[in-house]
Design a protein around this ligand. Structure first.
Ligand SMILES: Nc1nc2c(ncn2[C@@H]2O[C@H](COP(=O)(O)OP(=O)(O)OP(=O)(O)O)[C@@H](O)[C@H]2O)c(=O)[nH]1
Ligand SMILES: [Mg+2]
Length: 341
């Protein structure tokens, strides 16, 4: 009886056996044939097939899907481009995803001419996240979906934006986004912070203080302790390098501006005292600590869309990587050919 064979491809969606066409465009040699009866374990231990598959998979450049990047994809960008890693952290609903998406939207509508949009590998993720805050969604007010816990290793994913400033070479900005629940967990158990790989690698850390909560006098105490516990957790988790900038950002400023003078004053005074406290307690952990006020996605007309976001952008863009330059040893060849550089 003729032995039945099956055709293998690294891509489970590839239907080469039926169509004789590879979904990745590879030729037949990339599709080793094995007996249909052989068990997967036997195939795994077959050195010849392993080598063949390894040879082909190493030459395949994975395609970008337009979705958020995982850590290994973000690393590829770091190796390839001049980049900044920007950790945007804060409790649930403080406005992390809205802030990241507002940068994308502002660059599309070109409200300033000093920063230009120069591309993105996560367009699909941006477009999906922004949809509910646009008029086309036919919603009465802008809405941002809660970021769910990410099943990827380390629970973080990255939005990518390439930005050019005037005539300069474009820089890749990698915005780390994770669910606010992870930061809540970090308040209860600081050891969770050691998994925050994005903070470890970040050039600057942006911590958000929810303006809506600051307006509520009963919630202010919680806001203060949560913000300080997150910073303390980052310290205890050993993810701070001492060379990063800390940007403390009051979000949803439009809601504060809509209040009467007395409430406005109380909210701003609280934020000021919160920043002063963080500066007093943690200044030696950061290169510098600065404060900002924004309305990334205002729900009234008192402040424009993305109010204050470009002030942050200037800081992010300027937070050049802190790795020391690689100094190559001087060429000491005796032969003239060897001294040519
Ligand atoms: N009024 C007002 N609302 C805002 C602003 N920015 C964000 N919001 C709203 O605040 C809510 C939470 O925003 P998100 O961006 O989802 O917050 P997040 O920190 O990513 O939250 P999680 O993903 O749950 O951790 C959403 O309903 C937003 O529409 C703002 O500038 N002004
Ligand atoms: Mg979110």
């Amino acid at each position: 009886m003729a032995e039945t064979t099956q055709v293998l491809c690294r891509n489970p969606d590839c239907d080469y056996a039926k169509t004789q066409k590879c979904i990745d465009g590879l030729d037949s040699s990339a599709h080793p044939q094995v007996s249909a009866d052989s068990k997967p374990a036997a195939f795994d231990s077959d050195a010849a097939n392993d080598e063949l598959i390894a040879a082909h998979t190493s030459s395949i450049e994975s395609l970008w899907t337009g979705e958020c990047l995982d850590c290994s994809e973000a690393s590829k960008i770091l190796r390839r481009d001049e980049s900044r890693v920007l950790a945007v952290i804060g409790p649930t609903k403080s406005g992390k995803t809205s802030l990241i998406c507002s940068v994308f939207e502002l660059l599309q509508i070109q409200v300033r001419d000093d920063f230009q949009f120069a591309g993105s590998l996560t367009l699909f993720a941006f477009e999906r996240a922004c949809h509910n805050s646009r008029g086309e969604s036919l919603r009465h007010e802008p809405v941002m979906e809660h970021t769910r816990h990410n099943p990827l290793p380390f629970g973080v994913s990255f939005y990518h934006l390439k930005v050019a400033q005037r005539e300069e070479h474009p820089v890749s900005l990698l915005f780390a986004d994770r669910t606010g629940e992870d930061y809540k967990a970090a308040c209860d158990d600081p050891s969770v912070c050691s998994d925050f790989v994005e903070v470890k690698r970040a050039d600057s850390i942006t911590i958000l203080v929810d303006g809506q909560s600051v307006l509520n006098s009963a919630e202010r105490h919680n806001v203060r302790s949560t913000t300080e516990l997150i910073v303390q957790g980052l310290k205890d988790g050993g993810v701070l390098s001492g060379k990063q900038a800390l940007l403390v950002v009051l979000t949803k400023q439009d809601m504060i501006e809509a209040e009467n003078e007395e409430n406005k004053e109380k909210a701003y005074a609280f934020f000021e005292s919160l920043v002063q406290n963080i500066q007093r307690l943690y200044s030696e952990l950061f290169e510098n600590i600065q404060d900002f006020k924004i309305a990334a996605s205002p729900q009234n007309s008192l402040l424009p869309y993305g109010h204050g976001v470009f002030n942050l952008m200037s800081q992010w863009y300027g937070s050049a990587p802190k790795a020391p330059p690689i100094v190559l040893p001087a060429v000491t060849s005796k032969r003239a050919m060897g001294r040519i550089q």
